[in-house]
Structure formats: C-alpha cells, structure tokens
Ligand binder design. Sequence first.
Ligand SMILES: [Zn+2]
Length: 242
Amino acid sequence: MNKGSAASVKREGGALLVSALVGFLVGAAVVAVLLWRDREPTARPAQPAASAGPPPVPAPVPGAPRNTPPPAVTPAETRSWPAIPLPPAGERAGDLAERGLLVPVQGVGRAALRDTFGETRGDGTRAHEALDILAPRGTPVLAVEGGTVRKLYASERGGLTLYQFDPSETYAYYYAHLDRYADGLAEGQELTKGQVLGFVGSTGNAAPDAPHLHFAIFRLTPEKQWWKGDPINPFEVLRGLR
Ligand SMILES: [Zn+2]
C-alpha cells in the first residue's frame, strides 16, 4: 500500500518528499514498536538496567536456567533437605561426648562399633536402645569412666548385669550378658576408668554362639533409681559425635 501511494505521488512533485518521509517514519515507528515489543519479555528481568543497551545479553541468561531446572526432577526432595536440620546428636548425649568414654570391650576400636540403638528386639515388640559389641567370650569388659558400682543384677533378659553410676550421678551405664564379674567386685565399689568389671558372655537372652556386651547409657531421673532413666545412644557418645 505504501509503495502504491508513494508511486502515484511521485508525479506530483513537491508532495513526494513529504509523503515519503511520513511513510518512512510510520514504517520505522511500526518496526520500532515491533522490535521493542519483541524485546520486552526477555528484557523484563533486566529492565531497570537495560534501558539503553539493545544487545541481547539478558536473553540467554534467563533462557538457560529456565531450561535446566526441569530435568532435575526432584525439586520437592531437595527442598526438604535444607528444611530438616541434622539430628542434634551432641545435644541428646549431653556432655558425655566430651568425656572421652572408653569403648567398654577391651581391644575393640571406635571404628568397629555399629549403631544398633534404633533396632528392635523381642520380635519387634521393644526398642533395643543400646549398643551390642561383639567379642569372643571372656574378653574383658571395662568401665567406660570412673564412678560407682550401683547394682549387680541378674535378670532374665540381661543375664549377669552391672549398673554403674557416673561420678556426678547424672548417668547410669549398663553392662549386660556378662559371662562373669571380675573377682571381688561389689556394689558400692568405686571404679576407675578402664577397670575390668567382668567378661563378655552370652548370659540372659543372648545367642550362645554370639557372645557380646550389651551396653546402654541412660540419664537418671531426680530419684536416681538404677533401673530408670532416659536412654541415650552409646554409639553417638563413643564415636565422639557432637
Ligand atoms: Zn543388645
């Protein structure tokens, strides 16, 4: 249409320049608007800064990230991880993790321990809430720290057991399935760290072919009853987690 009208105007001389100019300007304006409109969506993120520069720098930037997230198919999963803080092992273990307790079975290193606290026992009827440390029958069982022999007790499940209070009487240490006690051991006796209390066995409900020490820690209640308290995972304490 522009071409036709421009051609007919040509003969009339003076009007030519004006109408050509107008046509050019209108066309240029249309092109400019189209270009501007095209640029608008990609320029939106960088709008405040990109008023002067037409170079299509912002286009590839928003384009690339937009293409990459979809393949990562687990946005919900990754979102949930940072939201859930790690279990505060050190908190539950109180100051125990800093006491440097011994592994209570002679010759067993910390790295050999396996976390059995969360397992179930009795065909799933009760929580284990203790640490099983496998060792040959007769291996010496050691006091994890100083304290007092509070109770020597023979039970159906635990067999020959020993309850030790720590020096502050905040915690009790429980050693079970002992084959026998150390000679001369008695209730009320003061213990030193590393002292031999007894020997690994399979008394109580332990499998005879898998002698081990069942070791538990619990925080005593204000009444300081040797049979009562809140269980603490010995694995976290002995592995030195904070
Ligand atoms: Zn056990």
